[in-house]
Each structure stands twice: as C-alpha cells, then as structure tokens.
Write a protein that binds this ligand. Sequence first.
Ligand code: HEC
Ligand code: HEC
Ligand code: HEC
Ligand code: HEC
Ligand code: HEC
Length: 400
Amino acid sequence: MPRLLETLRAAQKTFSRKFAICIVLSCAITGAANAQSESAQDPAAEPETITPFVLPKSGPFEPSGIKIENNAAISDWFRSAHARSADEAFRHWDEEGEVDERCASCHSGEGFRDFHGLDGTTVGAIDGTIDTGGVVDCGTCHNAGLADVREISFPSGLVHPVTGVEAACLTCHQGRNAGRDVSAKIDGLPLDTPDASLRFINPHYATAGATWLGGYGAAGYHYDGHEYSGRFFHARPVATCNSCHEPHTLEVAAEPCQTCHLAESIADIRIARQSYDGSGNLRVGIKSDIEANAATLMAMIEAYTDQVADSPVIYDGSHYPYFFADQNRDGAIDTADGQSVAYASWTPRSLRAAFNWKLVTADPGNFAHNPVYVLELLHDSIMDLGTAIGIDVEKMNLRR
Ligand code: HEC
Ligand code: HEC
Ligand code: HEC
Ligand code: HEC
Ligand code: HEC
C-alpha cells in the first residue's frame, strides 16, 4: 500500500523551479521582458533574435498602464508549467531537432497554431516543421484566430463545441487514448488469458479536459451494462477551466470555492453524504475517497496479475511504459540487458482496469474536474477484478 500512495503522489508532479531557460516567445509583447532578463538566462541565447522594444500596433495607450498589465501576466506565466521550457514535456524531441508532428499540437505554441490553421495553413494538421524549444507561449491563447475554432475532437471520437480560450485548454488537455482504443485491442479476446500482443495503453498526461467531460467525453473504458455520468456541470461560477485556474499562474485559489463549500482547503471539499471507499468517513474531502479507491484498484491489479495471469506486475510511475514484469516474484522489476522489462502478460481484464487507473491518476485535479465519473470508473474496475480473483466485493462496502 505505501508504494501505491507514493505512486499517486508521484503523479502529482513536483515543481522544479529552475529557470535555466531560453524561452522563445512568439508573442511580441514579451520581447521587452526577454531583453530585461536575457543576461540572467541561457547564455547560449542568440542576442540578435531578441527584440528589445516593441511598440503597440495601435494606440495611443497610457504606456505605463500597458507595461504593468503585461508585466504581471508575463511574470505569472513565466512561473507556470506552460513556460517551463526545461521540462521533459518540451525537451523530449531535442535529439531529433524537431517536434514530431503527432505531438506538436500540444507540446509547442507554434505547433498548436499550425494544427488549428492559425498560421494560415491547413486546419487539423501539422504542415510545417515544428522546431524544438517552443512552450505554451502567449500567442497560443491570445490569438484572434481562436475565435474561429468552434469544436474540438477528442480521442474518443467526440466532437465537442467550444467557445473562446477553452478551445486551447481542451486541445491540449484531452489525452491521447480513450476507452475505445482499449476496446479495439481486446475485442473478442478471452478475458483472462494473457496475450503477448497486448501492450499497456497510456491515456497520456494532464488529461483534465477528458475527465471533466465524463461519460459524455468517454475517455475511460466503459464496462458493458453500466451507465456513466456525463460532464461535471458543477455550478455556474466554476463552469470553465479559467473560472478555477488563473490562466497565467494556472493555480486554483481556494477562497472563491469557500463561497459555496465549507472546507479549510480545496482537498477537504465534500458534498457527498455517502462514503465511496468503504471507510465510512465523511469528514474527509471527496479527494480522499478517490485516492483510496485508486489505491484499492492498484492493489487489485497487482493481485490479479499475480493470481490469474500468473505474472505479477510492478508499477513504476517514473518511466514509460510504467507497468513492468516481475516474473521471478522477487518484488523488483525484472531486467534484461540492463533494461527494465515491460509487462507483457496483459489480459483484456487487467488491461482495461490499468487503463482506467492510469486515466484517473493522470489527472491530479480529478476530484474537482469530475469526481462522480472517476469514482464510477474506479468502482467498476475494482468490481470486475475483485470478482475475477474471488474476493467478496460486496463486503468492501464500496459505493458507485
Ligand atoms: C492532445 C495533446 C497532446 C499530444 C498530441 C501529445 N501530448 Fe504529450 N503531453 C500533453 C500534456 C498536456 C502533457 C503535460 C503533462 C504534465 O507534465 O503535466 C504532456 C506530457 C508529455 C510528456 C512528459 C511526461 C512527464 O512525465 O513529464 C512526454 C514525454 C510527452 N508528453 C510525450 C509526447 C509524445 C512523444 C507525443 C507524440 C507521440 C505527445 N506527447 C503528444 C499533451 C499531449
Ligand atoms: C493558457 C492560455 C494563456 C496563455 C499561455 C497566456 N494567457 Fe494571457 N490570458 C489568458 C486568459 C484566459 C486571460 C483572461 C481573458 C479574459 O478575462 O477575457 C488572459 C489575460 C491576459 C491579459 C489581461 C490582464 C490579465 O492579466 O488578466 C494580459 C495582459 C495577458 N493575458 C497577457 C499575456 C502574456 C503577455 C502572455 C505570455 C507571457 C500570456 N498572456 C499568456 C490566457 C493565456
Ligand atoms: C499548446 C498546448 C496547451 C494549451 C493550449 C494549454 N496547456 Fe496546460 N499544459 C500543457 C503542457 C504541455 C503542460 C505541462 C508542462 C510541463 O510539464 O512543464 C501543461 C500544464 C498545465 C497545468 C499544470 C500541470 C502541472 O504539471 O503543473 C495546468 C493547470 C494547465 N496546463 C491548465 C491549462 C489551462 C486551464 C489551459 C487553457 C487556458 C491550458 N492549460 C492550455 C499544454 C497546454
Ligand atoms: C472547479 C474548479 C476547476 C475547474 C472548472 C477546472 N479545474 Fe483543473 N484543477 C482544479 C483543482 C482543484 C486541481 C488540483 C490541483 C490544485 O489544487 O491546484 C486541478 C488540477 C488541474 C491540472 C493538473 C495540475 C497539476 O498540478 O498537475 C490540470 C492540467 C488542470 N486542472 C486543467 C484543467 C482544465 C484544462 C480545465 C478545463 C477543462 C480545468 N482544469 C477545469 C480545479 C478546476
Ligand atoms: C457557486 C457555488 C460553488 C462554487 C463557487 C464552487 N462549488 Fe464546488 N460544488 C458546488 C455544488 C452545487 C456541487 C455539487 C455538484 C454536483 O454534485 O453536481 C459541488 C461539488 C464539488 C465537488 C465534489 C464534492 C463531492 O463530495 O462530490 C468538489 C470537489 C468541488 N465542488 C470543488 C470545488 C472547488 C475546488 C471550487 C473552487 C475552485 C468550487 N468547488 C467552487 C458548488 C460550488
């Protein structure tokens, strides 16, 4: 159990605050900020690419007013994950020298604009070469062309109508695989027979948008015979990404929540009058029930792969593909030629449960984005595995 909890925590990314970076901003306004901090940043930055002064295209404005406003936005953004250009999310393609076209729409502002045709190219495709070094820059969200993006396609096949900047958030925070990708792989295979052709299917990361849309978004693996709750409408003042997340810092302030929720902190918020995890504890936040059920599900996956598939799995959130083999049952990941051996004894039953587990835990804000839906996914996955390993699941007192 401690390992499972650690894993959950590891999924909530640690913030590395080292700004050893060279940020290439596409947004002209930021030129001035760059010039100011240039010397403190990457010495390899080419000075000639930096525009020292940029005048507004129209005006007149009160210059001091403009400057203060943008400085606040820039410094807020600069501290956020969107600007963290040293992170794996932006450096992954360094060796190749360009961002893979399958990845560019979400891992670079330039790629995002190319994908949506905001640079005048084909809509819905990456046409040009996307250089490495891009981040989620100002021009990703501050782009007049975004107003023409009226719908966003999801990996589940859903096409969802959008307005304004939500088009941007949902483009990138939707994940890359959905339950239907799992269904396609396991369709027709015997449920409990390991199949070496099955590989872990990763929903991808920071999948907030997918969680938020719930059963309607169909990001999870949906078990036959069950209904899944749709989008989490919540309440009008908190109905959009940016009503909770400050768009530059990306942080969520607790005070606005407290107008409706009596809770010390965001993690303590609870409305539900039933305990989902069987603990009977209604004094903790709904987040606690979700984490407990996620830990139970992981324990079930471990027990099932050991007992039914006869090949125990070990989860390690620090490297892809996260699920590894422990065929010799020594409690450590097997290695071959110095490499960790990826788990290759998936059955349809374990694969779909592992997918749901990863989808839920890939979104650290799941309890605020759609607590109902993630509890349903966890519940159904636990029941399915529990029954297969002969556990009296009713006695666990879990609620759906
Ligand atoms: C639909 C948008 C989208 C697409 C397409 C996409 N990614 Fe991502 N990816 C994200 C988001 C959002 C994150 C940020 C997760 C975080 O670090 O919080 C991410 C994170 C990552 C990370 C960092 C994971 C970590 O542990 O920090 C890697 C590596 C990555 N993606 C690789 C890829 C590769 C390779 C491709 C193309 C084959 C790709 N991504 C395509 C949205 C996407
Ligand atoms: C992830 C999307 C996103 C990115 C990236 C982004 N912004 Fe914003 N920005 C917004 C949203 C959303 C608003 C609020 C607009 C509204 O209230 O209608 C906003 C508002 C602003 C405002 C108005 C004042 C304020 O702070 O609310 C300024 C100025 C601004 N942004 C500048 C920038 C600059 C400069 C950058 C790059 C350093 C940047 N933004 C990056 C989404 C973004
Ligand atoms: C072009 C793609 C893109 C767009 C558009 C985008 N994001 Fe992100 N977002 C990312 C990536 C990539 C990361 C992870 C960066 C990292 O790991 O350094 C991220 C990180 C985040 C994080 C923090 C996650 C963490 O690991 O700390 C939040 C919160 C977030 N985005 C919310 C939003 C919201 C809200 C919007 C819309 C206003 C938005 N994003 C628009 C790609 C995008
Ligand atoms: C009801 C408020 C609310 C709404 C609406 C909301 N979020 Fe969140 N989000 C949260 C909370 C709370 C967290 C947990 C992290 C925290 O406490 O800061 C979170 C976490 C995240 C994270 C992970 C941050 C991390 O630390 O890794 C991302 C990414 C994210 N949200 C994106 C979005 C996107 C995109 C949307 C719109 C589809 C959205 N959120 C809508 C409240 C909200
Ligand atoms: C205008 C009132 C209002 C505000 C403001 C508000 N909420 Fe809520 N919240 C609700 C209502 C109503 C529900 C129940 C919704 C439902 O179940 O459909 C709820 C449910 C929740 C739940 C699920 C609780 C459970 O036990 O299922 C979480 C988590 C939550 N809100 C987080 C937040 C966060 C985080 C914020 C601030 C960013 C916030 N809320 C702001 C009204 C609000």
